[in-house]
Design a protein around this ligand. Sequence first.
Ligand SMILES: C=C(CC[C@@H](C)[C@H]1CC[C@H]2C3=CC[C@H]4[C@H](C)[C@@H](O)CC[C@]4(C)[C@H]3CC[C@]12C)C(C)C
Ligand SMILES: C[S@@+](CC[C@H](N)C(=O)[O-])C[C@H]1O[C@@H](n2cnc3c(N)ncnc32)[C@H](O)[C@@H]1O
Length: 363
Amino acid sequence: MDLSTAMWTAAVLGAAAVYWFVWVMGSAEVKGKRAVNLTTGFIGRDKAQEKHNQVWSFFVRSKEDIAAASDEDKMPSIVETYYDLVTDIYEWGWGQSFHLSPSLPGRSHREATRIYEERVADAIAARPGQRIIDVGCGVGGPMRTIAAHSGADIVGITICDYQVSRAREHNRKAGLDRRCEVVRGNFLEMPFPEASFDGAYSVQAICHAPRLEDVYREVFRVLKPGALFVTDDWVTTALYRPDDPRHVEAIRGTERGGALATLRAQHELAATARQVGFEVLEERDLALPPAEPWWTRLKMSRLAYWRNHLLISVLAVLRIAPKGMVEVHEMLCEAAAHMSYAGETGIFTPLQMILCRKPSIKP
Ligand SMILES: C=C(CC[C@@H](C)[C@H]1CC[C@H]2C3=CC[C@H]4[C@H](C)[C@@H](O)CC[C@]4(C)[C@H]3CC[C@]12C)C(C)C
Ligand SMILES: C[S@@+](CC[C@H](N)C(=O)[O-])C[C@H]1O[C@@H](n2cnc3c(N)ncnc32)[C@H](O)[C@@H]1O
């Protein structure tokens, strides 16, 4: 190879490398986070590894141990630690909506997510002048879509203080901070008076609750009589076989990777909602055909996960990313594999939806 060819080759490779890193780091506005700015939330950089080990060792135990009474009191703080660790990676590698949704033919993931969230708003007929609660709001992806689509005012609650700060920043940038409020709180004991909301929704969040009935009872309490509540959540389906080791491993891997004590069976959502006093108007697995698979996006090419892992490892070596970030990313890689298997075999769905109403007061 003569000198000029060598120089041209070096120039092209160099440009490709710069483009790749810029593309991978992405525009902060589009991804919400550049790779070089990844943090472990409000956990100090030097504590990230220890905190990851704390979360991992909590969920790697048997369900019986996790369900032990004292652990159920610990759950909210363990879940907050999980979200401190993963929120930036979620934003960087997935976006501002921390949930799964059906793919839509000919639509981008971002469009499919928006359409899914708009359907949540339509399910409870959210409209201007109403005050709606988002139970487990993350960094507010659904909240902003629903506020823009419906015109309603939204109050989001999340256990994770770091997510409160991220959500408030996104709301301000979106010009929605006057209609979208975010509070830090535990959805098991919400800081709101009785009958203070015109509607409620929860997108793939209540699965974190140790006892489903405790959250449903709280939502029932803060809703006005006659108000609607819609939730979609992670459950095992009727195809799940607890005597099949492959099924057990996939579900345990999904629970561990998502900081979930246990996944409930599909029928439990509606049954528990009725138990606390709701009328259940609709119950459906939104993942069933004609919906397209929700796991397509999750089954990013192995190259994508390898590329992300390489980048995080390099940033950790350069002390740009917290050292513990590498283990957190490994945990999520493993979770994605278990979730994809569980989705493809049909033993798990993240989209079990129930639409409920708090009965009106009888005259
Ligand atoms: C409902 C929950 C979270 C749902 C999803 C938002 C997340 C569940 C698993 C997450 C991810 C897995 C693999 C990551 C990948 C290794 C990384 O390079 C980029 C980010 C991931 C794709 C990440 C994104 C968010 C999830 C899909 C709760 C109940 C857990
Ligand atoms: C997977 S995220 C979903 C967030 C949001 N619904 C979305 O779709 O982007 C789950 C959310 O539930 C919140 N959460 C979990 N346990 C909670 C609790 N006990 N109280 C309040 N929020 C909780 C987490 O902080 C996180 O914001």
